[in-house]
Design a protein around this ligand. Structure first.
Ligand SMILES: [Zn+2]
Length: 298
């Protein structure tokens, strides 16, 4: 796991130094605890979840979600402990650090939209993307690694709540299996909208991480784009929009998660399906069909 400090490096106020130190301490502590865990036994197959965020530098809420996930995973929450026992999480919290540093909205230092170059990234022009792709390809070729999920976190400029984009497959069984994870999110994350979740294979998205890796990895791997609104989410039974903020997506040291997209509620605590999300999944869309909105550009 890469240090989450790269998520918070964007903050330059005086308090950030303490935050960074605290995060590093927590990660070091978690890494120390992980030594000796069964899932790091070199003889066992490793089940891997690969998470990336902030390939589009202007999408700050993607970092809030990624930070919330990291804080949850290194916490003492019982679900986090079980996850650490069974799954290896590879997290790249900022795929486009130069673009973030420069304050770009969508492009890197050299003017590339990195989420259109997964097919053939250049080590010179797209170095972060090239390195991450190499790592994923390497893991995919390793018989002792099972890459189960790839999730790329973005923020959406026009849609409310959180939702997902997935891929279109010919095999019906794979289509059904791919729909399971968004349904689980819907039942456990109050902000997640199943009705806004859709699957596509638009030509213009062929160079995205979700599309490219969906074609590269086998049918035991699931690739998604996770979007959260730039603006807000509305939960079921409420008319009050709640913005995605850094504070709202970071797990407190003790107590329930404040992150609306954090992993499931503890056993025995029923989850709720988020605002506007009780609808069914949208049907698969094919090339040429319109996107959800004119600006849906993950
Ligand atoms: Zn994006």
């Amino acid at each position: 796991m890469l240090p989450c400090t790269s998520v918070r490096v964007q903050h330059t106020d005086a308090s950030s130094a303490f935050t960074v130190d605290a995060s590093l301490f927590r990660i070091r502590s978690a890494v120390h605890e992980l030594k000796g865990q069964a899932n790091l036994n070199p003889e066992r197959e490793k089940r891997v979840v690969f998470l990336t965020a902030r390939v589009h530098p202007g999408e700050s809420p993607a970092s809030f979600i990624c930070q919330g996930v990291i804080d949850f995973l290194v916490s003492q929450h019982p679900v986090a402990q079980v996850l650490r026992d069974h799954v290896v999480f590879k997290i790249v919290p900022m795929l486009n650090p130069d673009g973030v540093y420069l304050g770009n909205y969508r492009c890197s230092l050299m003017g590339f939209d990195l989420n259109r170059h997964w097919q053939d990234p250049s080590p010179w022009a797209h170095p972060t993307l090239h390195a991450v792709k190499q790592l994923i390809v390497q893991m995919n070729q390793d018989p002792k690694v099972s890459l189960e999920f790839y999730i790329d976190v973005h923020s959406h400029s026009t849609m409310m709540n959180g939702f997902m984009y997935g891929n279109v497959f010919e095999e019906e069984g794979r289509v059904q299996r791919q729909a399971v994870f968004p349904r689980l999110l819907c039942h456990n994350a109050p902000d997640f909208s199943l009705s806004s979740t859709s699957f596509n294979r638009d030509v213009v998205k062929a160079g995205t991480g979700r599309r490219f890796l969906g074609g590269l990895l086998d049918d035991t791997s699931y690739c998604y784009t996770l979007e959260v609104s730039f603006y807000s989410y509305v939960t079921a039974g409420s008319a009050t929009p709640v913005p995605y903020t850094e504070d709202g997506c970071i797990l407190p040291p003790v107590g329930p998660s404040l992150c609306p997209s954090a992993p499931p509620s503890p056993p025995g605590v029923p989850g709720v399906c988020g605002g506007g999300s009780r609808g069914e999944l949208k049907g698969t869309r094919d090339e040429g069909q319109p996107l959800l909105s004119a600006t849906a550009r993950a």
